[in-house]
Design a binder for this molecule. Structure first.
Ligand SMILES: [Zn+2]
Length: 233
Protein backbone atom coordinates (compact mmCIF):
# COMPACT_ATOMS: atom_id res chain seq x y z
CA UNK A 1 0.00 0.00 0.00
CA UNK A 2 2.70 2.47 1.03
CA UNK A 3 4.77 1.29 -1.92
CA UNK A 4 1.90 1.97 -4.32
CA UNK A 5 1.31 5.51 -3.15
CA UNK A 6 5.05 6.20 -3.24
CA UNK A 7 5.21 4.96 -6.83
CA UNK A 8 2.18 7.10 -7.54
CA UNK A 9 3.91 10.18 -6.14
CA UNK A 10 7.06 9.44 -8.11
CA UNK A 11 5.06 9.29 -11.35
CA UNK A 12 3.05 12.31 -10.30
CA UNK A 13 6.33 14.21 -9.79
CA UNK A 14 6.96 13.77 -13.53
CA UNK A 15 3.58 15.36 -14.15
CA UNK A 16 4.43 18.26 -11.83
CA UNK A 17 7.70 18.71 -13.70
CA UNK A 18 5.93 18.68 -17.07
CA UNK A 19 3.51 21.35 -15.88
CA UNK A 20 6.39 23.45 -14.57
CA UNK A 21 8.24 23.02 -17.86
CA UNK A 22 5.18 24.22 -19.72
CA UNK A 23 4.64 27.13 -17.35
CA UNK A 24 8.28 28.25 -17.43
CA UNK A 25 9.09 27.29 -20.98
CA UNK A 26 11.31 29.53 -23.05
CA UNK A 27 8.67 29.26 -25.80
CA UNK A 28 6.00 30.66 -23.53
CA UNK A 29 8.26 33.50 -22.36
CA UNK A 30 9.01 34.34 -25.99
CA UNK A 31 5.29 34.40 -26.86
CA UNK A 32 4.54 36.67 -23.89
CA UNK A 33 7.43 38.98 -24.75
CA UNK A 34 6.20 39.34 -28.33
CA UNK A 35 2.60 39.95 -27.24
CA UNK A 36 3.96 42.81 -25.14
CA UNK A 37 6.02 44.18 -28.05
CA UNK A 38 3.03 44.04 -30.44
CA UNK A 39 0.91 45.89 -27.86
CA UNK A 40 3.55 48.56 -27.35
CA UNK A 41 3.95 49.08 -31.11
CA UNK A 42 0.17 49.38 -31.49
CA UNK A 43 -0.04 51.95 -28.70
CA UNK A 44 2.75 53.94 -30.28
CA UNK A 45 1.01 53.84 -33.68
CA UNK A 46 -2.22 55.18 -32.09
CA UNK A 47 -0.35 57.93 -30.34
CA UNK A 48 1.48 58.90 -33.57
CA UNK A 49 -1.82 58.98 -35.43
CA UNK A 50 -3.14 61.40 -32.82
CA UNK A 51 -0.04 63.57 -33.02
CA UNK A 52 -0.27 63.60 -36.83
CA UNK A 53 -3.91 64.67 -36.90
CA UNK A 54 -3.24 67.43 -34.33
CA UNK A 55 -0.27 68.67 -36.37
CA UNK A 56 -2.35 68.72 -39.56
CA UNK A 57 -5.08 70.80 -37.88
CA UNK A 58 -2.43 73.17 -36.58
CA UNK A 59 -0.77 73.29 -40.00
CA UNK A 60 -4.07 74.23 -41.71
CA UNK A 61 -4.69 76.97 -39.15
CA UNK A 62 -1.25 78.52 -39.55
CA UNK A 63 -1.53 78.24 -43.34
CA UNK A 64 -4.81 80.17 -43.16
CA UNK A 65 -3.16 82.83 -40.96
CA UNK A 66 -0.28 83.04 -43.46
CA UNK A 67 -2.66 83.55 -46.39
CA UNK A 68 -4.55 86.28 -44.50
CA UNK A 69 -1.29 87.98 -43.58
CA UNK A 70 -0.08 87.77 -47.22
CA UNK A 71 -3.24 89.57 -48.38
CA UNK A 72 -2.70 92.19 -45.71
CA UNK A 73 0.88 92.80 -46.90
CA UNK A 74 -0.29 92.98 -50.53
CA UNK A 75 -2.92 95.56 -49.60
CA UNK A 76 -0.46 97.63 -47.60
CA UNK A 77 1.97 97.59 -50.53
CA UNK A 78 -0.78 98.87 -52.82
CA UNK A 79 -1.41 101.95 -50.65
CA UNK A 80 -0.90 105.17 -52.59
CA UNK A 81 2.00 106.93 -50.93
CA UNK A 82 2.00 109.93 -53.26
CA UNK A 83 1.71 113.21 -51.49
CA UNK A 84 2.40 111.69 -48.06
CA UNK A 85 4.51 113.62 -45.59
CA UNK A 86 7.88 112.24 -44.58
CA UNK A 87 6.50 111.26 -41.20
CA UNK A 88 3.58 109.44 -42.81
CA UNK A 89 5.99 107.63 -45.17
CA UNK A 90 8.12 106.53 -42.20
CA UNK A 91 5.00 105.30 -40.44
CA UNK A 92 3.98 103.33 -43.56
CA UNK A 93 7.48 101.83 -43.73
CA UNK A 94 7.31 100.73 -40.09
CA UNK A 95 3.89 99.19 -40.72
CA UNK A 96 4.96 97.20 -43.75
CA UNK A 97 8.10 95.96 -41.97
CA UNK A 98 5.96 94.82 -39.08
CA UNK A 99 3.53 93.03 -41.38
CA UNK A 100 6.32 91.33 -43.31
CA UNK A 101 7.92 90.31 -40.02
CA UNK A 102 4.67 88.66 -38.97
CA UNK A 103 4.47 86.93 -42.35
CA UNK A 104 8.01 85.56 -41.99
CA UNK A 105 7.24 84.30 -38.49
CA UNK A 106 4.20 82.44 -39.85
CA UNK A 107 6.25 81.03 -42.70
CA UNK A 108 8.81 79.74 -40.18
CA UNK A 109 6.03 78.18 -38.18
CA UNK A 110 4.70 76.46 -41.32
CA UNK A 111 8.15 75.09 -42.07
CA UNK A 112 8.58 73.81 -38.54
CA UNK A 113 5.13 72.16 -38.55
CA UNK A 114 5.81 70.62 -41.93
CA UNK A 115 9.08 69.16 -40.58
CA UNK A 116 7.25 67.79 -37.57
CA UNK A 117 4.65 66.18 -39.84
CA UNK A 118 7.38 64.54 -41.96
CA UNK A 119 9.12 63.33 -38.80
CA UNK A 120 5.89 61.93 -37.37
CA UNK A 121 5.13 60.23 -40.67
CA UNK A 122 8.59 58.60 -40.72
CA UNK A 123 8.20 57.47 -37.13
CA UNK A 124 4.74 56.12 -37.97
CA UNK A 125 6.06 54.08 -40.92
CA UNK A 126 8.94 52.78 -38.83
CA UNK A 127 6.67 51.79 -35.93
CA UNK A 128 4.12 50.16 -38.25
CA UNK A 129 6.88 48.10 -39.89
CA UNK A 130 8.25 47.15 -36.47
CA UNK A 131 4.74 46.14 -35.33
CA UNK A 132 4.31 43.92 -38.40
CA UNK A 133 7.71 42.35 -37.75
CA UNK A 134 6.71 41.61 -34.14
CA UNK A 135 3.40 40.12 -35.29
CA UNK A 136 5.19 37.77 -37.69
CA UNK A 137 7.63 36.74 -34.97
CA UNK A 138 4.71 36.29 -32.59
CA UNK A 139 2.95 33.90 -34.99
CA UNK A 140 6.12 31.84 -35.42
CA UNK A 141 6.76 31.65 -31.70
CA UNK A 142 3.13 30.80 -30.98
CA UNK A 143 3.40 27.86 -33.40
CA UNK A 144 6.61 26.75 -31.68
CA UNK A 145 4.90 26.96 -28.30
CA UNK A 146 1.87 25.02 -29.59
CA UNK A 147 4.15 22.25 -30.88
CA UNK A 148 6.06 22.19 -27.62
CA UNK A 149 2.91 22.02 -25.51
CA UNK A 150 1.31 19.39 -27.79
CA UNK A 151 4.36 17.21 -27.21
CA UNK A 152 4.30 17.82 -23.47
CA UNK A 153 0.56 17.21 -23.37
CA UNK A 154 0.87 13.82 -25.00
CA UNK A 155 3.53 12.89 -22.41
CA UNK A 156 1.18 14.26 -19.79
CA UNK A 157 -1.67 12.10 -21.00
CA UNK A 158 0.48 8.97 -20.91
CA UNK A 159 1.46 9.63 -17.28
CA UNK A 160 -2.11 10.52 -16.33
CA UNK A 161 -3.27 7.13 -17.64
CA UNK A 162 -0.58 5.32 -15.64
CA UNK A 163 -1.66 7.24 -12.55
CA UNK A 164 -5.28 6.19 -13.10
CA UNK A 165 -4.16 2.54 -13.06
CA UNK A 166 -2.07 3.00 -9.92
CA UNK A 167 -4.92 4.76 -8.17
CA UNK A 168 -6.97 1.54 -8.16
CA UNK A 169 -4.45 -0.06 -5.81
CA UNK A 170 -4.42 2.77 -3.29
CA UNK A 171 -6.64 3.23 -0.23
CA UNK A 172 -9.34 5.76 -1.31
CA UNK A 173 -9.01 7.75 1.92
CA UNK A 174 -5.26 8.18 1.42
CA UNK A 175 -5.82 8.97 -2.24
CA UNK A 176 -8.41 11.60 -1.43
CA UNK A 177 -6.10 13.28 1.05
CA UNK A 178 -3.28 13.14 -1.47
CA UNK A 179 -5.34 14.71 -4.27
CA UNK A 180 -6.62 17.43 -1.96
CA UNK A 181 -3.07 18.48 -1.13
CA UNK A 182 -2.12 18.15 -4.76
CA UNK A 183 -4.83 20.70 -5.59
CA UNK A 184 -3.33 23.00 -2.96
CA UNK A 185 -0.01 22.74 -4.85
CA UNK A 186 1.78 21.15 -1.91
CA UNK A 187 4.31 18.85 -3.42
CA UNK A 188 5.72 16.41 -2.37
CA UNK A 189 2.80 15.21 -0.32
CA UNK A 190 4.37 12.06 1.12
CA UNK A 191 7.56 12.84 2.96
CA UNK A 192 9.89 10.59 4.94
CA UNK A 193 10.48 10.84 8.64
CA UNK A 194 13.81 12.55 9.27
CA UNK A 195 15.21 12.79 12.81
CA UNK A 196 11.75 11.88 14.10
CA UNK A 197 10.41 14.99 12.36
CA UNK A 198 8.58 15.97 9.17
CA UNK A 199 11.16 16.13 6.36
CA UNK A 200 9.63 19.30 4.91
CA UNK A 201 8.67 21.52 7.83
CA UNK A 202 10.91 19.85 10.45
CA UNK A 203 8.14 19.68 13.03
CA UNK A 204 9.01 16.86 15.45
CA UNK A 205 6.46 14.11 15.98
CA UNK A 206 5.08 13.53 19.46
CA UNK A 207 5.61 10.02 20.84
CA UNK A 208 1.97 9.08 20.31
CA UNK A 209 2.24 10.02 16.63
CA UNK A 210 5.53 8.17 16.29
CA UNK A 211 3.80 5.06 17.63
CA UNK A 212 0.95 5.56 15.17
CA UNK A 213 3.47 5.98 12.36
CA UNK A 214 5.19 2.74 13.33
CA UNK A 215 1.86 0.95 13.38
CA UNK A 216 0.27 2.42 10.26
CA UNK A 217 3.32 3.31 8.21
CA UNK A 218 1.89 6.81 7.65
CA UNK A 219 0.79 9.74 9.77
CA UNK A 220 -0.24 13.29 9.00
CA UNK A 221 2.14 16.11 9.96
CA UNK A 222 0.40 18.36 12.48
CA UNK A 223 1.99 21.44 11.04
CA UNK A 224 2.06 21.21 7.22
CA UNK A 225 -0.46 18.35 6.96
CA UNK A 226 1.74 16.34 4.62
CA UNK A 227 1.74 12.55 4.98
CA UNK A 228 4.85 11.42 6.84
CA UNK A 229 5.80 7.83 6.08
CA UNK A 230 8.32 5.38 7.34
CA UNK A 231 9.52 2.22 5.68
CA UNK A 232 10.80 0.58 8.84
CA UNK A 233 7.60 -0.44 10.53
ZN1 LIG B 1 5.35 18.99 8.07
Amino acid sequence: MLKDILVYQQKDAELVKLDRDLENSQQKKEVNKLVEQVKQAQNKVYSLENTASQLIVEFEQVKQLFENQSKKVENTKKLDLNGQTEAELREAEVLIKKEIGALLALSKEIKSLSNKITQTRKEYDKTTAYGMECKTKYKTSLDAFKNFSAKKNSEREKIANELEDLKKRIDPAVMQKYLQMRDDHKFPILVPLVNQSCAICATPLANARLDMLKKEGMVECENCHRIIYTQDK
